[in-house]
Design a protein around this ligand. Structure first.
Ligand code: SF4
Length: 323
């Protein structure tokens, strides 16, 4: 039996019942793939369902007000994904692209997403290469090259292409991702349960635990941030990131202490942690008093702020109030 056949048969028996597996609508598959970048499936499910209830097709997403879209995305992070998805919907609303190249040309759609949508929605023979597939292919081919290097990734892409089931590319890709997510995991791969262990050169060499090789991983950077919660009756003071901000444009934030040197700092409300890429933030939130809001700041009820585009850090800080 071939690699792909073993893999697909195994996946048919064990695959998780995820909502995006019940559709061949390219728009819905694109939404799921974009949400799944950087976010676990269990976290994505409620967002995916709410998103499609509000924007069931590309035309509905294309017409959505940006503030509403960002509020709906709030909590998933990496908001450029939401903006790009809307730009893609605007490009695709009259005719959704049905080729790999057409999909790849949509805003925010890279090689991986184009291959996933092309194979799952249109049955086109393109193997995906995400983090799970990179890891599995490095082990299957016993490739000890640095998986951050473009040459090694090209090699692993060729290895995945060579094993692709051309009659069932979507199922093959989903099975590869499922294998990486459930058995061929970063630590302690479960080779005894693996449907393709007979084909796995890394396992035969006893090197599965040392693969994949990742050199030069950036060390996490620790940063301390102080936020101020300035109250006026039921309201708190926020600032709005300008439209040309590199990150989180149009989002509400609690002020940092350095933005309000004239504020009188009160008691510590609490601390929250937050990570963005390789930055680990420890955020101390203090009560503070201020006679007048400076220009560019707005008073908002915290409950109302949570219905607007608001950064995850500000959200976490506001949750301290309900503890
Ligand atoms: S045999 Fe082990 S290392 Fe090889 S693909 Fe399967 S789970 Fe991964």
């Amino acid at each position: 039996m071939k690699f792909s056949q073993r893999l697909i048969e195994w996946c048919e028996g064990v695959k998780r019942d995820l909502p995006w597996r019940h559709t061949s609508d390219p728009y819905r598959i694109l939404v799921s793939e974009v949400m799944l970048q950087q976010t676990r499936a269990s976290v994505v499910i409620p967002y995916y369902e709410r998103f499609l209830a509000s924007y069931p097709n590309a035309a509905a997403l294309a017409a959505a007000p940006e503030s509403e879209l960002l509020a709906m995305w709030s909590g998933l992070g990496y908001y450029s994904r939401a903006r790009n998805l809307q730009r893609a919907a605007r490009d695709a609303e009259s005719a959704f692209p049905s080729s790999y190249e057409g999909l790849r040309a949509l805003p925010g759609v890279g090689d991986y997403t184009a291959a996933a949508v092309a194979s799952i929605a249109f049955g086109l023979p393109h193997a995906v290469l995400d983090g799970n597939v990179v890891r599995t292919m490095a082990r299957v081919t016993n490739d000890a090259g640095d998986v951050r290097s473009p040459a090694v990734r090209r090699r692993l892409q060729q290895a995945a292409d060579a094993r692709l089931d051309h009659a069932r590319p979507g199922l093959f890709n989903q099975a590869m991702m499922e294998l990486g997510a459930t058995l061929c995991t970063p630590r302690k791969p479960q080779c005894l349960l693996c449907p393709v262990s007979a084909f796995c050169e890394g396992r035969k060499a006893g090197r599965q635990d040392q693969l994949p090789v990742k050199l030069g991983k950036a060390k996490p950077i620790d940063e301390a941030v102080t936020l101020l919660l300035v109250r006026r009756k039921e309201e708190a003071l926020f600032w709005l990131r300008p439209a040309d901000s590199a990150r989180l444009a149009g989002f509400h934030e609690l002020p940092e202490a350095s933005q309000l040197p004239q504020a009188t700092r009160g008691r510590l409300i609490g601390e929250v942690k937050h990570s963005i890429v390789n930055h680990r933030y420890t955020i101390a939130v203090y009560e503070a008093a201020l006679a007048k809001a400076p220009p560019g700041f707005v008073w908002l009820n915290p409950a109302e702020a949570l219905t607007q585009p608001i950064s995850t850090i500000a959200k976490k800080a506001l949750r301290l109030l309900s503890r």
